[in-house]
Design a binder for this molecule. Structure first.
Ligand code: APR
Ligand code: PHB
Length: 388
């Protein structure tokens, strides 16, 4: 087989890249190791920056999002006895949209199917060859058959555990990592959201987040020790702990019900530099991970994919500069979003091992935020997404 661009990984990054390229006449193919049902079964984040919403419209997959997504003008931060409403719209003129990553993925599959784009699932043992040469290719097996795709460029969109990043020789790669001493226990329940906006709660017992997918589907998270296992938490203990971490008036109106999904995810900040090597280009979780407190994971994948798609399209039109500058361009935004995610995580979680000094610093930060429109604007600007 021969295609212009071979995309490894059929998560949101790979699918969106494929769609943007094919809409511009570039022949791209996606290789995904899992089944489509598996990919669609993963519950992920649900806050879309305006930039991502605009890209989805540009790619022709904005209809369901426009009909079913919820536009949020702000968010509520409750911590250290303070209640801070961050009014995105008033402070920045921008908003975010609540629409599950799973739904984005479904819309991308539907659009790719409609245009007959090749998305090959259950591609095993994907291996990248000759990325540093002018004739790269990818090998894999599918249905027991060995296959080879020759291409001009390879896009590594295969997430944190994928093969693409590790194909770049270690000596040419620098990895930056910060692992947080806790995880997030998340549950999905068919209950109404706590509040009309997301509620980020900092509490001495640990952080909590009350998010949502729609009027009768809620997503809630609790900061938990890394040693906890999902089996340690019944629905009852989850709801009781969430109530304890919310201010009384919100705890009182919390509607509980059986969970339909429950999982624990560790929190980490990770960035791998550079994001390209020869004809291989990384995008999304393959190159970086942010802790979820700033809702940036999917949005950062989207800005990478936007830059990369535009650079590849320019390359085929005879302009090589954007592709040569892709890694530096993407990383500049990645570092800023990582800083924001780290600072939100730092401000709102409990770090018992760091003692009372940090706790007082956090209280002072929230106190400052509550009274300083400039600080609220800085938070809002980052939350709605830095421009790209
Ligand atoms: N070969 C083929 N596919 C692979 C391989 C491989 N060796 N390794 C991983 N994959 C696939 C995974 O099965 C997954 O479907 O690559 C895909 C990567 O998808 P994600 O992990 O979702 O990463 P990405 O598409 O960059 O999405 C951005 O933003 O909200 C965050 O972490 C969240 O997934 C989200 C991310
Ligand atoms: C979610 O709805 O899953 C969600 C929302 C905001 C975050 C993280 C996760 O910061």
């Amino acid at each position: 087989m021969r295609h212009q661009v071979c995309i490894i990984g059929g998560g949101p990054s790979g699918l969106l890249l494929c769609l943007l390229l094919r809409r511009a006449g570039v022949d791209a193919i996606v290789l995904e190791q899992r089944s489509r049902a598996y990919v669609l079964g993963r519950i992920r984040a649900g806050v879309l920056e305006q930039g991502l919403v605009d890209i989805l419209h540009h790619a022709g997959v904005g209809q369901r999002l426009a009909a079913e997504g919820f536009v949020h003008d702000g968010t509520l931060i409750v911590a250290h006895g303070r209640r801070v409403h961050i009014d995105f719209k008033a402070l920045t003129g921008k908003t975010v949209t609540i629409y599950g990553q799973t739904e984005v993925t479904r819309d991308l599959y539907d659009a790719l199917d409609a245009m007959g784009a090749p998305v090959l699932h259950e591609a095993e043992g994907v291996t990248i060859h000759g990325a540093e040469t002018d004739a790269p290719y990818v090998t894999f097996t599918r249905g027991g058959q060995a296959q080879r795709i020759d291409c001009d460029y390879i896009a590594g969109c295969d997430g944190f555990h994928g093969v693409s990043r590790r194909t770049i020789p270690e000596a040419l790669r620098q990895e930056f990592e910060h692992v947080y001493p806790f995880g997030w226990l998340g549950i999905l329940s068919e209950t109404p959201p706590l509040h009309h906006e997301l509620v980020y709660a900092g509490h001495e017992r640990g952080f909590a987040l009350c998010s949502m997918r729609n009027a009768n589907l809620s997503r809630h998270y609790l900061q938990v020790p890394l040693t906890d296992r999902v089996e340690d938490w019944t629905d009852e203990t989850f709801w009781a702990e969430l109530r304890r971490r919310l201010p009384p008036d919100l705890a009182e109106v919390l509607v509980t019900g059986p969970s339909i999904e429950k999982s624990i995810a560790p929190l980490r900040s990770f960035i791998s530099e550079p994001m390209s090597w020869g004809r291989l280009f990384l995008a999304g979780d393959a190159a970086h991970i942010v802790p979820p407190t700033g809702a940036k994971g999917l949005n950062l994948a989207a800005s990478d994919v936007w830059y990369l798609s535009q650079a590849l399209i320019a390359q085929y039109q005879g302009d090589a500069a954007p592709l040569a500058g892709y890694s530096a361009q993407a990383l500049a935004r990645v570092w800023k979003a990582s800083r924001f995610s780290w600072s939100m995580t730092r401000m709102l979680h409990s770090f018992p091992s760091e003692g009372p000094f940090l706790a007082r610093m956090q209280a002072a930060e929230v106190d400052y935020l509550a009274g300083a429109p400039a600080a609220q604007t800085a938070l809002a600007e980052n939350y709605v997404g830095l421009p790209y």
